[in-house]
Design a binder for this molecule. Structure first.
Ligand SMILES: NC(=O)c1ccc[n+]([C@@H]2O[C@H](COP(=O)([O-])OP(=O)(O)OC[C@H]3O[C@@H](n4cnc5c(N)ncnc54)[C@H](OP(=O)(O)O)[C@@H]3O)[C@@H](O)[C@H]2O)c1
Length: 324
């Protein structure tokens, strides 16, 4: 069984459909899915805005956890019966999913197999953007927009655990309180407060060193005005628009850097390097109890449509999971 997208006059509809169990190809493993994470990109894909890369399954689902039930003979380091979580190019909303062995990590000790289904997409994204792209250094300060999102809850916890001062924005007092509980120094309610003014005030006027942004639009210039000299901003989405006017004289005068990245279309060899960093630097923090999965709700796989509606309305804090 897997989730299929039916496109009708009333818009796309998600429904459970009988499917064949996929076969692991070269370098791949087959997992019996315990839980699949729901990501904003899945909503975009269903609406036709984020097509799967060439060769990826049409079934939505960018991450899952489960038990290895079959594997290609060339795969080393994994065995049938291992409990893993995997980053996928698609296909997670299903009873069985195939993944590249290069994108698999063990379920961290102390984390349930279901909760682990919501870890890969956010931690691969946060690590690669904050450390590889924006080069956050020890002692530097950090701002993540959308602190109560899957990405935000992971970013706040990870930067707090690594000793950084963390600022964040969220859309309600309840969401801001959740962000502070996760380790944010200051959570800013973006509906009633101005993050540029507040971050400047909290940093004695100097600004923040690194920003992880998923908002875009007017946030592009506001981010630049919030950065410290030599600061870096990296965008992983442009929810308020990707076409904006930028005052590049400010970028030049203050030695700022702008970057933007996408994870899904990158080759497995690049994802494997991020996976290795997670195994070394992040999974031990779960095992030490310093990071915790933030699961908003686990819904049955058949209720994928309801899960998408919850995310569309932004009623969640953390990850929404689907369990077959
Ligand atoms: N490029 C990549 O490789 C990559 C990978 C993973 C995710 N992403 C992107 O990262 C974002 C988060 O993903 P997710 O799956 O964790 O989704 P999500 O939980 O639905 O998060 C979306 C977040 O955006 C916040 N937001 C919307 N407007 C905002 C504003 N004006 N100011 C501050 N925050 C605002 C929402 O906050 P409120 O609910 O408080 O309004 C919500 O927390 C998505 O846009 C996704 O497409 C990109």
């Amino acid at each position: 069984m897997a989730i299929a997208v039916e496109r009708g006059a009333a818009g796309p509809r998600l429904h459970l459909k009988e499917t064949l169990v996929p076969h692991p190809g070269p370098g791949q493993i087959l997992i019996k899915v315990a839980a699949a994470g729901v990501n904003r990109a899945d909503l975009l894909q269903v609406e036709g805005h984020h097509p799967p890369p060439a060769g990826a399954p049409e079934t939505p689902g960018l991450e899952a956890s489960g038990t290895v039930v079959a594997l290609d003979q060339a795969v080393t380091g994994l065995r049938k019966g291992d409990e893993v979580c995997v980053l996928l190019p698609g296909g997670g909303y299903a009873e069985y999913a195939v993944a590249s062995a290069l994108c698999a990590l063990p379920v961290p000790m102390g984390v349930s197999i279901k909760d682990a289904g919501g870890l890969p997409e956010v931690y691969f994204t946060v690590w690669s953007n904050v450390f590889d792209t924006a080069r956050l250094k020890p002692g530097e300060s950090f701002l993540v927009h959308g602190g109560s999102s899957g990405i935000g809850t992971a970013a706040i916890q990870l930067m707090h655990a690594r000793g950084h001062r963390v600022f964040t924005t969220a859309g309600s007092a309840e969401k801001c309180a959740a962000c502070v509980k996760l380790g944010a120094t200051r959570a800013i309610d973006y509906r009633s407060e101005d993050f540029v003014t507040l971050v400047k005030a909290e940093t004695n006027g100097s600004g923040v060193d690194v920003i992880l942004d998923m908002v875009g639009g007017d946030y592009v210039m506001r981010n630049l005005n919030t950065l410290a000299r030599g600061g870096r901003v990296v965008n992983i989405a442009y929810q308020k628009g990707a076409k904006v006017e930028v005052e590049f004289r400010l970028v030049q005068a203050r030695l700022l850097s702008l970057a933007a990245t996408g994870l899904r279309g990158r080759p497995d060899s690049e994802k494997a390097l991020i996976r290795d960093h997670l195994a070394r630097e992040v999974w031990p923090l779960f095992e030490a109890g310093r990071l915790k999965p933030v699961t908003h709700r686990v819904l049955p796989l058949a209720e994928a449509g309801a899960a998408h509606q919850t995310m569309r309305e932004s009623r969640h804090i953390g990850k929404i999971l689907l369990a077959p």
